[in-house]
Design a protein around this ligand. Structure first.
Ligand code: ACO
Length: 308
């Protein structure tokens, strides 16, 4: 059997932290942040757990897929900001969505969490082990942000994105290309109970080199032309990274949807939040080809080709 995405959902906290407000907290200004990152505002979860955002996104994805929670036989949660060391976030999602028939595990792969989770869902489904997989990526980046460090606190936001992947005759999740380079891990870290420490320029250089590479490898594997791809849905870290990837691939920016101006970098949640927005705005048609690409702490990176 093959794996295909049948529903999406997302949850964005209400509180909007604008660049204007940030400039009262650290020495920065709207123009600097917008010019260097493309971010105008981000959402902050003022109260509640990471799992609460996850459950909200999960319920919307189940509703969008038109299935009941009992139909789910595997829940994969991706988060770098879990509420508990245990139980894992996926078990809390199971409890609060009454997905009584699901097996649950979490993935920790930072900003590439969605890519890793979708590739795992594809593998389990194609192996015949599970038929309906709920993927939920939820991040409270505000909880591990140093609000006194102007070089990082401008970047991140909170939110959750989810999708349901089902076993099907049609090949929806077509091909995967994944990489990891732990030797470079020190450029982006968050130790337990400590905040994010990042060498921004190194992360930038890594992303603009590796993302085009993985996309080219992916397309070559499937003998697919970049021109045939409707949207390249990249991890939303910095608009300059996305512009640079588009330029290196020689593809117009209008095929790289961007929502980071409103949400900042929501780590693993950024791709499924953007996917859900495109889905709900009816921008995705049957058989559209999409490329998802993620990159982040590990360092890790990868891409997935999907037929909608
Ligand atoms: N406001 C005003 N000035 C600032 C700010 C700020 N918020 N932050 C840094 N500066 C200053 C610096 O102190 C420095 O001043 P100096 O020249 O007097 O020393 C100057 O601006 C330039 O700093 P750089 O770090 O060189 O700025 P750069 O152009 O590299 O932009 C940024 C920094 C935005 C972090 C960029 O490197 C970047 O986006 N990197 C990618 C990192 C990323 O996306 N990480 C996300 C997490 S990882 C992930 O999602 C995969």
């Amino acid at each position: 059997m093959k794996a295909t995405i049948i529903g999406t959902g997302s949850y964005i906290p209400e509180y909007i932290l604008t660049n204007q407000e940030l400039s009262t907290m650290v020495e920065t200004d709207d123009e600097w942040i917008v010019t260097r990152t493309g971010i105008s505002e981000r959402r902050i979860q003022k109260s509640g757990d990471v799992a609460d955002m996850a459950v909200n996104a999960a319920l919307k994805a189940l509703d969008n897929a038109g299935i009941n929670s009992e139909d789910i036989d595997l829940i994969i949660a991706a988060t770098s900001t879990p509420d508990y060391l245990f139980p894992n976030c996926s078990s809390i999602i199971q409890k609060n969505t009454c997905a009584i028939n699901a097996v649950c595990f979490d993935i920790s792969a930072a900003c590439s969490g969605f890519i890793m989770a979708l590739s795992a869902a594809k593998a389990y489904i194609e192996a015949g082990m599970y038929k309906k997989v709920l993927i939920v990526c939820s991040e409270k980046m505000s909880g591990i942000t140093d609000w006194k460090d102007r070089s990082t606190c401008i970047l991140f936001g909170d939110g959750a994105g989810a999708c349901v992947v089902e076993s099907s005759e049609q090949e929806g999740v077509k091909s995967v290309d994944l990489h990891n380079e732990g030797m470079l891990g020190e450029v982006l870290t968050a130790k337990r109970n400590e905040n994010i420490v990042m060498n921004g320029q190194e992360v930038f250089k890594f992303a603009v080199k590796k993302v085009p590479e993985t996309i080219n490898t992916l397309l070559k594997k499937e003998n697919t032309d970049a021109e045939d791809i409707k949207y390249f849905i990249l991890h939303q870290a910095n608009v300059r990274i996305i512009e640079s990837v588009a330029k290196r691939l020689g593809i117009d920016m209008n095929r790289f949807p961007v929502n980071l101006s409103r949400y900042g970098n929501t780590s693993s949640a950024s791709i499924p939040i953007l996917l859900d927005e495109l889905n709900r705005e009816n921008k995705l048609q049957n058989e559209d080809l999409l490329v998802f690409a993620g990159f982040g702490a590990g360092l890790n990176w990868g891409s997935i080709l999907v037929k909608w």
